[in-house]
Design a protein around this ligand. Structure first.
Ligand SMILES: Cc1cc2nc3c(=O)[nH]c(=O)nc-3n(C[C@H](O)[C@H](O)[C@H](O)COP(=O)(O)OP(=O)(O)OC[C@H]3O[C@@H](n4cnc5c(N)ncnc54)[C@H](O)[C@@H]3O)c2cc1C
Length: 470
């Protein structure tokens, strides 16, 4: 019987573990997780006294990327998949303390003069964005900053007030430092296909109006009991296999080689140190952690993924604190120049049917993005008070939240810099040559979304199994 160590118990490491165990190969696993629980960034808050189930961490999965939904089906949770409420379609952007609707179309890219009104974009800013349709489109040869690409196409005002909060916001990132090809390659593909981003936005607006999703599901989905019920089920399956040892509070500090096998060096929270001999290893941890653990085996080129800290603030209000328009809103984004503490909100109870009883409204705010994260130095109660105050002023909420929770995610959001994909290729090539039965995977490498993480974990498992056969 072979043994594979999986390092990191986030969704990537859990998906890798399940794939190893389901492969039909004679393989046992040892799963090492530095913290006291599995699931990593996935954290669901359950407030039984209010009947609320809400995410502190990731809140949805992109249904178009199949890996996560396939996993959910395999775990027998297909009946628990929840779609977003169809009526919660409006996203707003704050401009000058006003909530302005995000232009209809693809990613807030305007496609006709009636799409956007001041104050969101000035007439000059809108005209400049629409001119993009007449610009020649040359596919950028090498990688470049997302901000530079968007500015050249759609102009400065669109980037500052729509593009950055929307496209960099997902990464809590800075649009000037994110890689175009590692974060939004679809922009290049669409512009190539339609000749311009404006034409692509128009075509997509038309096609989504005409064709509802064939699956009957919304573009983003989750599961009824919250995403922690998914990672809990993954953990349960791993334990039920009888072929896994799970070590929490156990940090892997190094890998060394012993003949054809590897030794995993572990340090526990209690200060105990030990080594385990294994045949293969999956490092489902950030690139700098993997590189450090591998330092005596391979001089792996640095991938240099920057990790931004962030926090979420979940606020539960009486439903009647807000007007009827709440039902139709999925949230709002805050452009950097607005200078607020919060960077965005998701209106969880409007977006999802399962989050709260009708008598309550649950709003989640985000705090901290690259270059604008001073607020994270403040104590929880001050962050919570600022978030509630800003949400109150922007939405006209009557009264204060009944319940508030700040959850901090230290160095949580990977920001892929320009040239990221080439660096990952180089690092993986060096690893394949030096240590064929060691694979890397996870949010810091090739995609931060949950489906990307599941897919990477599964692919890493297959790669290690193939190396064990070679
Ligand atoms: C606030 C927030 C909102 C998000 N929203 C969404 C969303 O709506 N949809 C979406 O698809 N994605 C979202 N994401 C992104 C997504 O949650 C993450 O990209 C994904 O969960 C990362 O999974 P992972 O397993 O790669 O990494 P992690 O979840 O970070 O897991 C890595 C694990 O490795 C452990 N570890 C690290 N070093 C060691 C070591 N040396 N030894 C042992 N263990 C170690 C860590 O403790 C951690 O548990 C969000 C993220 C955040 C923070």
């Amino acid at each position: 019987m072979r043994r594979v160590a999986v390092v990191g118990g986030g969704i990537t490491g859990l998906a890798a573990s399940l794939r190893l165990l389901a492969s039909g190969e004679e393989v046992n696993i040892s799963l090492y997780e530095a913290s006291d629980r599995l699931g990593g960034r996935v954290q669901t808050l359950r407030i039984p006294e209010l009947g609320v189930t809400v995410e502190a961490g990731p809140d949805s999965m992109l249904a178009r990327k199949p890996a996560a939904l396939r996993l959910i089906e395999e775990l027998g949770m297909g009946d628990e998949v929840v779609s977003t409420r169809p009526e919660a379609t409006k996203t707003y952007i704050v401009r000058g303390s006003e909530l302005c609707p995000l232009p209809k179309g693809y990613l807030g890219i305007p496609h006709d003069p009636s799409c956007v009104h001041p104050p969101l974009l000035s007439e000059v800013g809108l005209r400049r964005a629409l001119e993009e349709e007449r610009l020649p489109f040359d596919v950028p040869e090498g990688d470049m900053a997302l901000g530079a690409f968007l500015r050249a196409r759609l102009g400065e005002e669109w980037v500052r007030f729509i593009g950055e909060p929307l496209l960099a916001g997902i990464y809590a990132g800075d649009v000037e430092r994110l890689s175009l090809y590692a974060t939004w390659p679809s922009l290049v593909d669409l512009a190539r296909q339609h000749g311009s981003l404006v034409a692509a936005s128009r075509a997509l607006a038309r096609s989504t109006r005409q064709a509802p999703q064939a699956s009957g599901r919304s573009a983003f989905v989750t599961v009824q009991g919250g995403l922690a019920s998914l990672t809990d089920r993954m953990e349960a399956r791993i334990r039920e296999s009888g072929r896994a040892e799970i070590h929490t509070r156990s940090r892997v500090t190094a890998l060394t080689r012993r003949g054809h096998t590897y030794e995993v060096h572990v340090e526990t929270d209690a200060g105990e140190r030990f080594e385990e001999r294994v045949d293969g290893v999956i490092l489902a941890v950030p690139p700098h952690v993997a590189r450090d653990a591998l330092r005596s085996l391979v001089a792996m080129p640095a991938v240099d993924t920057f990790y931004q800290s962030t926090a979420t603030v979940v606020m539960v209000y009486p439903r009647d604190a807000f007007g009827a328009e709440l039902e139709e809103a999925s949230g709002f984004l805050v452009p950097r120049p607005e200078g607020l503490t919060i960077t965005a909100t998701t209106w969880m109870s409007s977006k999802w049917p399962h989050v709260a009883p009708d008598s309550l409204a649950v709003i989640r705010a985000y705090v901290g993005r690259r270059g604008q994260d001073d607020a994270l130095l403040l104590p929880d109660d001050v962050i919570a008070a600022r978030a509630a105050d800003e949400v109150g002023r922007l939405t006209g909420a009557r009264g204060k939240p009944l319940w508030v929770r700040v959850t901090r995610f230290s160095e949580a959001m990977p920001n892929y810099g320009v040239g990221h994909l080439a660096r990952v290729d180089e690092a993986e090539a060096a690893l394949r040559t030096a240590c064929p039965a060691v694979a890397v995977a996870g949010a810091g490498w090739l995609g931060v979304g949950l489906p990307d993480c599941v897919e990477q974990g599964e692919r890493a498992a297959m790669r290690v199994l193939a190396a064990l056969h070679a």
